[in-house]
Design a protein around this ligand. Structure first.
Ligand SMILES: [Zn+2]
Ligand SMILES: [Zn+2]
Length: 154
């Protein structure tokens, strides 16, 4: 088991809790309470950068080899981003009418999502383990995927 640091008083292993982004700021003292000796000490954070290179064939050809993934944007129905190189393309801007239609469609999804989440929460109150969508909570993305027949992201 790997621990973030040891208490300077008693040497007990401890982990930094990064909930809500706490403890990430560099060059400042973060207070930490040791549950072992019950003393408070401070720690400073230093973040090490590491880089992981990988091939991006789509950037080395004139052909469109990008692995496009559709992005929901009411103004740009064709908006997409490459899963490999993260290059994005907006495509044509929607007409005012299409934009309005898309907003309504998305609002319906949000509404249905909230209803589904409520229903799922109710179902999970009784069951200890949910088999629906893999758990008692799910993201909007998972829900949209669940709704679409092919299960793909387009
Ligand atoms: Zn301690
Ligand atoms: Zn690409």
């Amino acid at each position: 088991m790997y621990y973030d640091m040891q208490c300077p008083y008693c040497g007990a292993d401890d982990d930094v809790c990064h909930d809500d982004g706490a403890g990430y700021a560099e060059d400042e003292a973060h207070q930490h309470w040791c549950g072992h000796c019950e003393k408070t000490y401070v720690f400073q954070t230093s973040i090490d950068f590491s880089y992981e290179p990988s091939k991006a064939d789509c950037l080395n050809t004139d052909d469109d080899l990008h692995d496009w993934k559709h992005i929901d944007d009411p103004w740009y129905p064709q908006k997409k981003i490459c899963r490999v190189c993260e290059e994005s393309s907006n495509g044509e801007r929607a007409s005012d009418e299409d934009h309005a239609k898309e907003l309504i469609r998305m609002a319906r999804i949000v509404y249905a999502f909230e209803q589904a989440q409520k229903a799922l929460t109710d179902m999970c109150k009784e069951a200890t383990e949910s088999t629906v969508l893999g758990g008692p909570t799910f993201t909007r993305g998972q829900f949209v995927k669940f709704l679409s027949k092919d299960g793909g992201e387009g």
